[in-house]
Write a protein that binds this ligand. Structure first.
Ligand code: TYM
Length: 332
């Protein structure tokens, strides 16, 4: 496959307020790739409607997610930032790839099992075929690397399987993507149930630290975080709550687990929780300040959406014209 540049693609759903899990597991790392790759970062609004959304809220969150991308350091001059539904080729390729994806493969997706248990009254076909739309997002840009948190690894692996199957019928059609999982922030856990992923759709707001939480809220949430009956700050099996707090502290300070254990040697959980809250709030403050400025300029965000969609469309159309020909659709 001829390409002048390697491609990096990732996406975030505008389905709730973004959390420090989204930040540490994904968005914070996105800007690392813009030197080495042509980068596409998409606000995946079509994914969000697999569960019911209030239209006005979905629209508002779409603007907010784009603003957060930029506030987290993604420069639109260096990265293509856009909204999925503005590039209709995502949905078009998803349909085609649906015909190259097996029912059994989709049935094995753990996120489908979790989400269908959670939304038992609305197990729609979109929820089931969601990973095919995600594969289309990735494959549409002939993507080489996909930076994601570990919860999305299974979906990227499915995208690889679908691409390989498609290529076995139509040689050289699609690039096979690789997931990139950041080691430190790969899975940030809930503060209330530290064996569960921190998730923007969690109903318990105290289990989740949002990127936009103010300092007092951040500190209060960490103070209430579930830990264990031990008193010693150390990373060990069975200490899920403390392990999670240490991971978060390590992500924000760059310190290793040994350094953190040493720093809090002889101190109690109270001191440690306060320190985690402080480093987290201090890191989020500049993101929040920039976000507020960006969000106030709605016309500026719309101009960015338009520009991003135009840039993305150029690449999307190129892949689609090739795929249509290979499949045997008549081109006019
Ligand atoms: P979404 O919107 O749930 O999450 C966006 C990104 O944040 C990561 N993430 C986490 N990382 C660490 N700890 C956590 N607690 C945590 N929670 C979320 C996710 O792994 C993800 O990288 N299906 C995707 C969106 C998507 C996509 C794509 C991603 C659609 N098309 C194509 C990559 C490529 C999703 O629902 O992510």
């Amino acid at each position: 496959m001829f390409k002048d540049q390697k491609i990096c693609f990732s996406g975030v759903q505008p389905s709730g307020n973004l959390t420090i899990g989204n930040y540490l597991g994904a968005i914070r790392n996105f800007s690392l790739y813009s030197e080495q790759y042509k980068t596409f970062y998409c606000v995946v609004d079509e994914h969000a409607i697999t569960v019911r959304q209030v239209p006005a809220e979905l629209r508002r969150r779409t603007y907010e997610t784009l603003a957060l991308y930029m506030a987290c350091g993604l420069d639109p001059e260096k990265n293509t930032l856009y909204v999925q539904s503005h590039v209709p080729e995502h949905a078009e390729l998803a349909w085609i790839l649906n015909c190259y994806t097996m029912y059994g493969e989709l049935s094995r997706m753990t996120q489908f099992k979790d989400k269908s248990a959670k939304h038992a009254d609305n197990i729609n076909a979109g929820l089931f075929t969601y990973p095919v739309l995600m594969a289309a997002d990735i494959l549409l840009y002939q993507t080489d690397v996909v930076p994601v948190g570990i919860d999305q690894k299974q979906h990227v692996e499915l995208a690889r399987d679908i691409a390989n199957r498609f290529n076995s019928v139509f040689p050289d059609a699609l690039t096979i993507p690789e997931p990139i999982i950041s080691k430190s922030g790969m899975k940030i856990m809930s503060l209330a149930e530290p064996t569960k992923k921190m998730s923007k759709s969690d109903e318990n707001v105290n289990a989740v630290v949002y990127i936009l939480d103010d300092k007092d809220t951040v500190i209060r949430k960490f103070r209430r975080a579930v830990t264990d009956s031990d008193t010693c700050v150390r990373f060990a099996e069975g200490k899920d709550g403390i392990n999670n707090l240490m991971t978060i502290y390590s992500c924000f300070t760059g310190k290793t687990m040994e350094e953190i254990e040493h720093e809090f040697d002889g101190k109690g959980y109270g001191d440690f929780k306060l320190a985690v809250g402080e480093v987290c709030a201090d890191a989020l403050a500049p993101v929040q300040a920039r976000y507020t400025e960006l969000l106030a300029d709605k016309a500026g965000l719309e101009a960015q959406m338009k520009r991003g969609a135009e840039e993305a469309s150029y690449y999307a159309r190129r892949t689609m014209s090739k795929i249509r020909k290979k499949i045997g659709f008549v081109s006019l």
